[in-house]
Design a protein around this ligand. Structure first.
Ligand code: 2P0
Length: 365
């Protein structure tokens, strides 16, 4: 293979879970304790270029790896990582290098790589997600290494980088099937799931179209890096929260109801499940030891504003992830009205609409 062809660029959107992933059954393979459902959204994306430097011999790479055993892995990683113009080492590089090792193993291209990544929102802003990052990296790195993987395989691969990334492979609504090992834990578009379940969808409407008619409004509360990573917070929830068992049970019920809502084209039913599931996840982490509390006073203000907007007759349901920002599920049709109603109540906040977005795509190679 000529060295000139060992490069590819891919772009992926972030996704916001409606039924959340919170806790792993297998930490190294990233197998979750429950299946989850998300909406891929536009405007929060990562574009990543991967180049394998095949002119560096595999012997060089092996000797670098061997020297890692007795020294700081990050200092000797063969790869380079640049995110939004800034060179990263340490943990971030180590995580990317471990991910690239899977690609090297799969493809037999044992060459060091450079990874150059751009986020549409700054890396530090609390909204740049590992979901868009690892979905784009999985697609770009596998293509750069000459692999042509199908979506299911890409989803499994992205999952190994970050669980939520498994869902960003797809447009609109995606379900990550928990599974029980590497081969059975992957995401798929909700339309395929409904089809394989033999479920019918409300007349004149496909599950895909329904998903693409949803929107998320983001109410920015803070753009600071979170004090507790979601990885640590979910581990602590699994190990110490007395609510963890019932949380997992409720996810199974919520996913079932969410799927029914989608098959009926019922935004309200989907919204009610989404809001309840998010509060359940936060209740679980708040009851961990020590508790994980991502909420700020302004978070609570925003949650009340969403209730108030809904009481005014608009379809709007809140959901929150591992941070203080509030996201609001609504229909594409209502999005502008809901956004205006929220801005009226919180004029000092940054509030933006994110429509349902496309799945991962290769930009060039
Ligand atoms: C989700 N979150 O379903 C949940 C809800 C945050 C709250 O997936 O450890 O970065 O890399 O698998 O995917 C964020 O966790 O965690 C997340 P890892 P990830 O979107």
């Amino acid at each position: 293979v000529s060295s000139g062809s060992m490069q590819a660029t891919a772009s992926a959107n972030a996704n916001i879970a409606l039924v959340k992933y919170w806790g792993k059954a297998d930490e190294s393979l990233i197998i979750p304790n429950a299946s989850s459902l998300s909406l891929t959204v536009d405007g929060l994306s990562t574009t990543t270029q991967v180049t394998f430097h095949t002119d560096t011999s595999s012997r060089d790479l092996k000797s670098i790896h061997t020297s890692e055993e007795c020294s700081d892995a990050s200092a000797t990683s063969p790869d380079t990582l640049i995110i939004d113009g800034e060179r990263h080492q340490g943990k971030a590089l180590h995580r990317v290098s471990s991910f690239l090792d899977r690609i090297r193993e799969l493809s037999g291209i044992h060459a060091p790589a450079s990874v150059i990544s751009h986020n549409t929102v700054p890396y530090a802003a609390g909204l740049a997600s590992s979901a868009s990052a690892f979905a784009a990296l999985a697609a770009a790195a596998s293509r750069a290494a000459g692999l042509n993987l199908d979506d299911r395989y890409l989803s499994r691969l992205a999952r190994c980088g970050s669980g939520s990334a498994s869902r960003s492979i797809y447009a609109g609504l995606a379900v990550w099937q928990a599974g029980h090992d590497d081969a059975t834990s992957y995401a798929e578009p909700i339309a395929s799931l409904l089809e394989s379940n033999g479920e019918s969808v409300a007349a004149g409407r496909s599950a895909h179209d329904f998903g693409m008619q949803l929107a998320m409004i983001v109410i920015l509360i803070s753009d600071k890096k979170k004090a507790v990573s979601s990885r640590v917070a979910m581990r602590r929830s699994v190990e110490t929260s007395p609510l963890y068992g019932s949380w997992i049970q409720s996810c199974t019920d919520d996913l079932q109801q969410a799927i029914t809502a989608v098959s009926r084209g019922d935004v309200e039913m989907l919204g009610v499940v989404t809001e309840r599931n998010s509060y359940g996840m936060h209740a679980t982490m708040m009851t961990a030891q020590p508790p994980v509390l991502y909420w700020q006073p302004e978070t609570v203000e925003a949650l009340h504003a969403v209730e108030d907007v809904r009481a005014s007759g608009l379809g709007a349901w809140s959901t929150m992830d591992a941070g203080p920002n509030v996201k609001v599920l609504t229909s594409a049709q209502d999005a502008v009205h809901v956004c205006e109603a929220l801005r009226e109540r919180m004029p000092q906040r940054d509030i933006h609409i994110h429509m349902a977005g496309e799945g991962v795509r290769i930009l060039d190679q």
